[in-house]
Design a binder for this molecule. Sequence first.
Ligand code: TXA
Ligand code: MG
Length: 333
Amino acid sequence: MTIGVADTPATGARTATRTVAAEPQDVAAGAALDVLAAGGLVALPTETVYGLAADARSSAAVARLYAAKGRPAHNPLIVHVACLDDAAPFADVEAARALATLWPGPLTVVLPARPGIVAPAALAGGATVAVRVPATPLFRAVAAAFGPLVAPSANRSGRVSSTTAAAVAEELDGRIDLIIDGGPTALGVESTVVDLTGRPTLLRPGAMDRRAIEARVGPLRDHDASGGALRAPGLLASHYAPRARLRLDVAPQEVRPDEGWLALGEARSAAAEEHTVRLSRTNDLDEAARGLYEGLRRLDATGVEVIAVSPVVNEGIGTTIRDRLRRAAAPRD
Ligand code: TXA
Ligand code: MG
């Protein structure tokens, strides 16, 4: 097979990326494995968001992945494996034993790296490695058969993550080799990232509830409170951002007629009905998380310049929704 388009991201003409259904699983896995073995890039659904997978051991594949996303070289990637023991060749996994009981699931742990296997560029040249065991059977089957896979969210750098195959195509069509369509992802926001190289520290709130983690390793230190150098470079300022500007914590009666509205609950506002996306009519935060990125994409597609967003409570998955909204609203370069 040929791996063409991602080699030449700067040229104008790109062929459309092929999409294959996630079922039957053996066919989808076979197609993904062919692309990976050739050093290519394949978007695969996880339970959180779609990941853009590449061979973690191949410097060339990792370089293609950074180019396809336009990702800064200083931002390291998560290495996905089928089980904790599969990470032992490239990570010191001892500190992860207690939390590995939460795998497969939406949790990423940062561990001391062992050199020699994962391409250094995937770790941004650092001495730690982020590890995750995703929950979709297809992704795990591919990782079990192939070995470690780097997989950032399948979007262009700084943009909203993809929770459908159509969103992946919107972001990366012509820049990657294959998209596996497994339908909308189950959780809708990214994994929780915990640094275990020192005192357990929460680097990114996410789909795994903080309390489930703390029940196993004790209270987590907050990254924001820990001071010092930024340890998850992807976490600064503007990220997860749509094209439109965001206005957060807007009560329904404060929404302006020319704004889009990302709404919780059933209240009405001055926003046009076709510029309104209701994340959950019943204020169900899991439902809101599931639809968050697709809602931002839909409102962006209407062409509104500003999206007003309903208040979201700062508890459970609401904390993660607020985190992503805050980054989506942050000033851009
Ligand atoms: O749910 C998820 O985590 C998805 C799916 C595809 O698995 N992946 C994902 O990857 O969100 P990405 O690359 O979009 O975000 C990974 C985050 C970034 O903020 C990155 O800076 C941080 O994890 N990270 C990766 N390696 C790290 C390391 N060694 N130390 C600290 N932070 C790290
Ligand atoms: Mg991302």
